[in-house]
Design a protein around this ligand. Structure first.
Ligand SMILES: [Zn+2]
Length: 155
């Protein structure tokens, strides 16, 4: 589906992000519920956010590559205010935002929110997996704590 969407329609589907030549494949992937991270054809390293040139070896041969979306919370924040978005209600409490170290390559991080748990359960070091919600009618990637990650949920 994502591949058949032209640039103008892509911009329409994601009105709250800035779609550019460098990142448009990322959002095409979202339409297919795939998280595509740029990977260098020459050195094999992933990098994110998208850049036209590999930051490791300066190659311009970059292929958006689907990743599992599994990883570990590297940074966690609780936003008390911010831009309005569907499913985000600051009146109900802080909105968690995390940067996740993707398991494909530590140091390559993708930022989003965490769903399906209380914001107080979101802690650095916990394992998470990718999930998808709808935002303005388009798929939006989010994270969910992995089985056994919740406090007291082990054993
Ligand atoms: Zn490279």
């Amino acid at each position: 589906m994502g591949a058949s969407v032209d640039d103008a329609e892509l911009v329409d589907r994601f009105p709250w992000v800035q779609v550019t030549h460098d990142n448009k494949h990322l959002f095409r992937g979202w339409l297919d519920r795939k998280l595509l991270i740029d990977r260098c054809d020459d050195c094999g390293r992933f990098h994110h956010p998208p850049k036209p040139i590999c930051p490791e070896c300066w190659s311009s041969r970059i292929t958006p590559t689907e990743v599992s979306g599994r990883g570990t919370i590297h940074l966690a924040m609780a936003l008390h205010q911010g831009a309005p978005a569907p499913g985000v209600d600051y009146a109900k409490g802080p909105h968690p935002v995390v940067a996740v170290d993707l398991e494909e390559q530590p140091g390559v991080r993708f930022s989003s929110t965490v769903v399906g748990c209380d914001p107080s359960e979101v802690e650095i070091g916990l394992p998470v997996e990718l999930d998808w919600v709808e935002r303005y009618g388009s798929p939006f990637p989010v994270f969910r704590l992995r089985e056994g990650a919740k406090r007291g949920g082990k054993g």
